[in-house]
Design a protein around this ligand. Structure first.
Ligand code: ATP
Ligand code: MN
Length: 461
């Protein structure tokens, strides 16, 4: 009778000595015709299988190459090697999939991140991407767990949206019309009433407006889904397709919103430190000696909380030369955000009460007539990681703002209905999953924390 396969993680962590085991995985290296390092993605650590080459057929042995997929049966024994508790004394092996040693792009050496982006279909087999992808999974799970434990309802907001008024950047159109000869209206414009949905539709840039509808019924909801922005910003912090988490809470004011955001961020970082320790240790060793320390620092220190107006004063007094000059009313750039976080406060910062002219129409209007109850959370190395606000719950004020901004009130009839029927103070925010991952993994480019990045001119795989 054949034995059941065990994942390598389980063997390394609590495999019983002298047990007969069966593993399956991909060869990382095969040294001296004797030591196979093999990995199945369940952990950053490889397990070593020792082969007594005299016992095996030479042509079979020659098929054990970097990248090949193998199944190995043998006895689990204590390892004499450094840094590994156990190894396998190979009794039988079977090649499940050959890999041509010269053609396989992943050689046992350190490749550049740029090169690995050109082979995104294979890079999950590297130590770095294995670690990043396992952490990405653990972080997603931690986020669901956090909100579930707090009684939030996971609300699935639409990915295809008919509202082009979410106001958070350029959108990707969704259409089934003939791209060469679309039907036209009398005045020569594309006639979207003949399109699939009978109107112009796009991929969503945010689930917030629909999220608010949910909060006005279920009290506390969150969304967690893909988000699309056709902004042509080729930066290390922007993707055209990214994942966003957007909690929305009835009866929360801006202070409640800040408290939730801070508790949430600390909680999910703690989860990763506790549950992805090996992967964090690996990334700390390979990429950023301070990584683990930075994560612990965020958990153990209060975030600074200041107003936009105070932040501008600090930046003006800083004596720092910025590429984009600072004065009251400007939108803060990453360089300003990072100065506040890294140089001035030396800890995460929550900035509130931004000028209304640089923020979205739905944000709560403050009594000063100039600012709104916005809230951005700024992190070291990243800058903005969360954008949020208390929402304007007053029907008249909201309609006035919509008119001031020359938006069409009719487009928002369903959104405005929440302010007509049982309106309530409420707040929410959006966390970009990949921005959070940049922070947690120490990676420096957002293309390296998502399996298949979508950026301008790049969507092959
Ligand atoms: P930024 O000013 O950095 O471009 P934003 O103000 O447009 O961001 P929001 O609309 O407030 O972003 O979105 C909420 C969160 O979503 C941001 O705080 C960030 O974490 C994330 N985010 C926004 N745009 C992107 C993007 N293009 N790629 C990855 N994450 C993003
Ligand atoms: Mn923002």
């Amino acid at each position: 009778m054949s034995i059941e396969r065990t994942k390598i993680k389980d063997l390394i962590e609590h495999g019983e000595l002298n047990a007969k085991v069966l593993i399956k995985g991909w060869v990382r290296t095969f040294r001296s015709n004797r030591f196979i390092q093999i990995n199945d993605g369940s952990t950053i650590n490889n397990i070593q299988a020792v082969v007594d080459f005299e016992k095996f057929d030479e042509t079979e042995l020659r098929r054990i190459t970097t990248g090949a997929c193998l199944q190995i049966e043998g006895k689990l024994t204590e390892s004499m090697g450094k840094g590994q508790r156990v190894e396998i004394q190979t009794e039988r092996f079977e090649i499940l999939g050959d890999s041509h040693p010269d053609e396989y792009p992943l050689q046992p050496k350190k490749h550049s991140m740029e090169f690995l982006r050109t082979i995104a279909h294979l890079r999950p087999r590297t130590n770095t991407f294995g670690a990043v992808l396992r952490i990405r999974h653990a972080l997603s799970f931690a986020i669901h767990k956090y909100f579930n434990d707090k009684g939030f309802v996971y609300l699935h907001t639409p990915i295809i949206t008919g509202s082009d008024c979410e106001g958070a950047g350029e959108m990707f159109r969704v259409t089934t019309l003939d791209p060469v000869k679309p039907p036209l209206t009398k005045d020569g414009k594309v006639n979207y009433s003949e399109d699939f949905f009978g109107r112009e539709t796009n991929l969503t840039v945010s689930g917030q407006l629909e999220g608010e509808l949910g909060a006005m019924a279920l009290s506390d909801i969150y969304t967690f889904g893909p988000t699309f922005r056709a902004e042509n910003s080729n930066t290390p912090r922007h993707l055209a397709e990214f994942w966003m988490i957007e909690p929305e809470m009835a009866f929360y004011d801006l202070k409640d919103n800040m408290d939730l955001a801070e508790d949430f961020l600390k909680n999910i970082v703690r989860y990763i430190l506790e549950n992805s320790a090996h992967d964090i240790d690996f990334l700390t060793k390979m990429y950023d000696q301070d990584l683990k320390h930075t994560l612990e620092f965020v958990i153990n220190n209060d975030f600074a909380r200041i107003t936009y107006t105070e932040a501008i004063a600090i930046l003006e007094k800083s004596g720092q030369k910025f590429e984009y000059p600072v004065s009251w009313g400007v939108d803060l750039q990453t360089e300003h955000e990072r100065y506040l976080v890294e140089k001035h406060f030396r800890r995460p910062v929550i900035l509130i009460d931004y000028p209304k002219d640089i923020k979205a129409f739905y944000m709560k209007q403050n009594d000063d007539g100039k600012t709104v109850g916005a809230m951005d959370v700024l992190f070291p190395r990243i800058g903005e990681i969360i954008g949020g606000s208390q929402r304007e719950e007053n029907f008249e004020k909201l309609v006035n703002r919509i008119k001031e901004l020359n938006l069409k009130k009719e487009d928002f009839w369903w959104y405005l209905d929440t302010r007509r029927f049982g309106s309530a103070p409420h707040s929410g925010f959006g966390l970009g999953l990949e921005r959070m991952l940049l922070f947690i993994t120490g990676m420096s480019n957002i293309r390296d924390v998502i399996p298949f990045p979508r950026t301008p001119k790049n969507a092959e795989f």
